[in-house]
Design a protein around this ligand. Structure first.
Ligand SMILES: Nc1nc2c(ncn2[C@@H]2O[C@@H]3COP(=O)(O)O[C@H]4[C@@H](O)[C@H](n5cnc6c(=O)[nH]c(N)nc65)O[C@@H]4COP(=O)(O)O[C@H]3[C@H]2O)c(=O)[nH]1
Ligand SMILES: Nc1nc2c(ncn2[C@@H]2O[C@@H]3COP(=O)(O)O[C@H]4[C@@H](O)[C@H](n5cnc6c(=O)[nH]c(N)nc65)O[C@@H]4COP(=O)(O)O[C@H]3[C@H]2O)c(=O)[nH]1
Lengths: 248, 161
């Protein structure tokens, strides 16, 4: 069967027939399932996974067309990164984050950076709420709305993270990717580490345990002695704060 | 703690590879399963042969998605990284169960061959899911212990940063 697979590739590269290409598409389509499943995990539930798969299929077809079997690399590795890029590109271009939520996130970030330059320290929720003329409940509702969009929305808006990264969690995890990305990654981790270091205690703990220790929100809840949904709010606030800091 | 963390990282890398191979197996299983269901609902085999690839291509977005978007959000940091040796080896094993031609011409596959392909991929997927479940238990136990140390003050985020 391995020979059949090699033959199909050789035949396709030689004659570029549609039927061979279609065989390869069907054979490797499950790679799109993998990528779409993982990206969907960071998105709200109303995002149609079939749509994500459709976007990913373009990346797969692109990969099949461009792949050179002679060069000795693994197709799966090449395809996964093209599929991921295709899904993220399409998501960005359809601008899937609701305007209203994006606007609220921006206003919270602005309040955070103004308070920070005023007090030279991370602002408390009370101060942020007051600055925005909101009650604590209203501010928490905003955090909930933003976090209900999932982590892709939050992290995606970070100023570094190359266009190919779906979250800066990705950026951090990529450190085993080899020499190419290594230098950038070390720099990024340091930048990130410094910014996190100057945050409030709870925000610092949540960000560090989530991105550097890879604990889940629920496990972090056990560390802090709070509910998972509370950790979720703190995480959202912390990422917004990180963004407002990194952007200024 | 650094040893625990290192153990966790290594387990997680294997888990990520196993999860990739599992998803590939499931994707292929669902393509084969579609044919099995089609024949079950069409005992006279009156389907139009030769049009299979076109109709599968058309259905791929539904076949390749999880239907209900994968259960409750796990609050777990997820990333997509390059496949490691474990993933590539398992996928190579999976490749031996069915060739591109098998899947492309699945409507012409004999009854026994179809059952064989379905059985092989299905048991391979079950194997991968079982390994993955055990890895999850291990990783979750390690993470619970790491969490405990932070909670009980034996570790602090400052040393990490
Ligand atoms: N949120 C979340 N929940 C998870 C995850 N992994 C496992 N689970 C949960 O654990 C149950 C058992 O998973 P399994 O032993 O791998 O056993 C699975 C697996 O062997 C198989 N399976 C899962 N997804 C697919 C698929 O897309 N195609 C095919 N052909 N089989 C699948 O079917 C069995 C039952 O699946 P479910 O009914 O979904 O039931 C799943 C699901 O409720 C995860 O990454 N995230
Ligand atoms: N330590 C630990 N790690 C775990 C556990 N469950 C899943 N993971 C890992 O975490 C990734 C994300 O899981 P998710 O957010 O539930 O996101 C999942 C989930 O939404 C969905 N999914 C995968 N398998 C199943 C399944 O059998 N049933 C259901 N309902 N959903 C699934 O696809 C997404 C991506 O799945 P994967 O690529 O396999 O990637 C999974 C897997 O590598 C666990 O109990 N402990």
């Amino acid at each position: 069967n391995q020979n059949q697979l090699d033959e199909t590739w050789a035949r396709y590269k030689d004659r570029a027939k549609q039927s061979d290409r279609d065989q390869l598409i069907v054979y490797y389509a499950p790679l799109v399932k993998y990528v779409a499943g993982r990206i969907a995990a960071g998105l709200p539930h109303n995002v149609d996974q079939a749509d994500l798969v459709s976007y990913g299929m373009f990346g797969l077809i692109d990969a099949i067309t461009k792949f050179d079997p002679e060069r000795g690399f693994k197709f799966e590795t090449y395809a996964i990164s093209r599929i991921k890029g295709a899904v993220l590109d399409e998501l960005r271009s359809i601008d899937w984050v609701p305007r209203s939520v994006r606007a609220k996130a921006k206003s919270v970030e602005r309040a955070m950076s103004e308070l920070e330059s005023l007090h030279h320290r991370a602002p408390t929720d009370e101060e942020i709420a007051e600055e925005l003329d909101l009650s604590m409940t209203q501010l928490n509702n905003i955090y909930n709305q933003i976090s209900s969009l999932g982590v892709v929305a939050l992290d995606e808006m970070l100023p570094f993270g190359n266009g190919d990264s779906m979250s800066f969690g990705d950026t951090l995890a990529d450190r085993r990717d080899g020499p190419g990305g290594q230098y950038e990654r070390v720099e990024t981790r340091q930048l990130l580490g410094d910014a996190i270091n100057r945050m409030g205690e709870r925000e610092k703990i949540v960000l560090t345990l989530y991105y550097y220790e890879s604990l889940t929100l629920s496990e972090i809840g056990n560390v802090l002695g709070v509910t998972e949904s509370r950790v979720c709010q703190i995480h959202t606030k912390a990422v917004l704060q990180l963004r407002s800091r990194l952007q200024s | 703690l650094p040893e625990l963390r290192d153990l966790r990282v290594r387990c997680a890398q294997v888990e990520s590879d196993v999860s990739l191979a599992r998803r590939v197996a499931q994707g292929r299983l669902d393509i084969v399963g579609r044919e099995v269901r089609r024949r079950a609902g069409d005992p006279d085999g009156t389907a139009v042969p030769g049009d299979h690839v076109a109709s599968v291509l058309f259905e791929l977005p539904d076949l390749m998605s999880d239907g209900v978007s994968g259960g409750s959000p796990s609050g777990r940091p997820v990333s997509i990284t390059a496949p490691g040796e474990v993933a590539l080896t398992m996928i190579e094993r999976l490749d031996t169960t069915a060739s591109p031609a098998d899947l492309a011409q699945i409507e012409q596959l004999g009854v026994e061959r179809l059952a064989e392909v379905f059985e092989n991929i299905s048991s391979f997927e079950a194997e991968l899911s079982a390994v993955r479940r055990r890895l999850h238990e291990t990783i979750d136990a390690i993470q619970a212990e790491i969490g405990r140390r932070y909670r009980d003050g034996e570790a602090s985020v400052d040393s990490l940063l």
